[in-house]
Design a binder for this molecule. Structure first.
Ligand SMILES: NC(=O)C1=CN([C@@H]2O[C@H](COP(=O)(O)OP(=O)(O)OC[C@H]3O[C@@H](n4cnc5c(N)ncnc54)[C@H](OP(=O)(O)O)[C@@H]3O)[C@@H](O)[C@H]2O)C=CC1
Ligand SMILES: O=C(O)[C@@H]1CCC=N1
Length: 281
């Protein structure tokens, strides 16, 4: 189970009176659930549906979280958060639909899965959202788009649930969600890969593996924190490291050369965007 340290305004979370049903309590669903409870959501308001509930989630039963309730035991579901794999959605959706009433809103975090598919399979007033794993420490960013029939109150509850794990950006155009998924949904993986490859290159350059790993990890984490706390543009922070004719300029000559990181990143984001579109089918 993750520890959430930063929680935004949570008054809406604390005032939720219906059931929040989480379908799929894996890595992302589990991180969201942790954020909700840390943000003051009453555990007795939460139900989890998942065929293989982890020991961490099982332990929450003692605080009142309902595990795999039937439709009757779940009570009136105010919001159903769908966090199963997109490939499983159509199969899972038939059962999930039975929890949805006329007043239920359905918040999906599934990559690729469109508002139209969600409306067809689950019904309900649909919010499509894309969080990322820094949610596990309250530092995620989520982009969300609401279908036309989502009420202001349903949107406020969805916003509170998503904001419990970091910041939220609402957009009006669902067409942006594939690229959003590629940039911020998958984005943490690119940063972790950078840490891995920086360490590997350090070993190639002669450093002991443990030292290279520590230097790479702390450098990526410290730079991320500097970017977070500073008001300067990332390009300025980069220039601040780059002494004229120095070591950084030598490395950046490679990374910013042709082909360089720019081309690689454009190709990577295009591949992820394309995959998100494919998952819609
Ligand atoms: N991981 C990430 O960084 C992000 C993921 N997402 C999205 O979140 C969703 C989940 O991803 P992630 O958490 O990584 O995946 P996980 O596999 O960790 O979680 C999915 C969970 O859903 C469970 N599940 C399977 N079938 C059902 C069902 N019929 N009813 C309820 N639960 C079911 C799975 O159980 P079992 O393992 O037994 O199959 C598993 O516990 C995906 O749609 C993904 O696109 C969005 C943003 C970021
Ligand atoms: O890899 C995936 O498909 C999911 C969506 C964004 C991050 N993980």
């Amino acid at each position: 189970m993750f520890v959430v340290t930063i929680v935004a305004d949570n008054s809406t979370l604390q005032n939720i009176t219906g059931t929040i049903l989480l379908a799929g309590a894996g890595k992302m669903g589990g991180a969201l659930l942790t954020g909700w409870l840390a943000g003051g959501l009453d555990p007795r308001r939460v139900a989890v549906v998942d065929p293989h509930i982890s020991p961490e989630i099982t332990a929450l039963a003692g605080r009142g979280v309902a595990l795999n309730p039937d439709v009757k035991a779940a009570g009136a579901v105010e919001t159903m958060v769908v966090a199963v794999k997109p490939q499983m959605f159509r199969e899972a959706g038939a059962r999930l639909r039975s929890f949805v009433s006329e007043t239920t809103s359905v918040v999906s975090i599934m990559a690729g899965t469109t508002i139209a598919s969600l409306q067809e399979v689950c019904g309900g007033a649909v919010v499509r959202a894309m969080p990322n794993t820094p949610a596990a420490i309250g530092r995620g960013i989520t982009v969300a788009v609401a279908a036309n029939d989502v009420s202001a109150q349903q949107r406020a509850v969805a916003d509170a649930l998503l904001r419990a794990t970091g910041s939220v950006e609402w957009v009006g155009d669902e067409g942006l969600m594939d690229a959003v998924t590629a940039v911020s949904g998958s984005g943490p993986a690119y940063v972790f890969l950078l840490a891995e490859e920086l360490a590997r290159a350090g070993v190639e350059a002669g450093l002991p593996e443990a030292l290279a790993t520590k230097l790479a990890r702390e450098t990526v984490a410290g730079s991320g924190e500097l970017l977070h706390q500073s008001e300067l543009a990332s390009s300025t922070l980069r220039q601040n490291v780059t002494s004229p004719g120095g070591t950084t300029a030598a490395a950046l000559g490679v990374l910013m050369g042709e082909p360089g990181l720019r081309d690689l990143m454009i190709r990577a984001i295009a591949a992820a965007t394309q995959r998100s579109k494919e998952l819609a089918k």
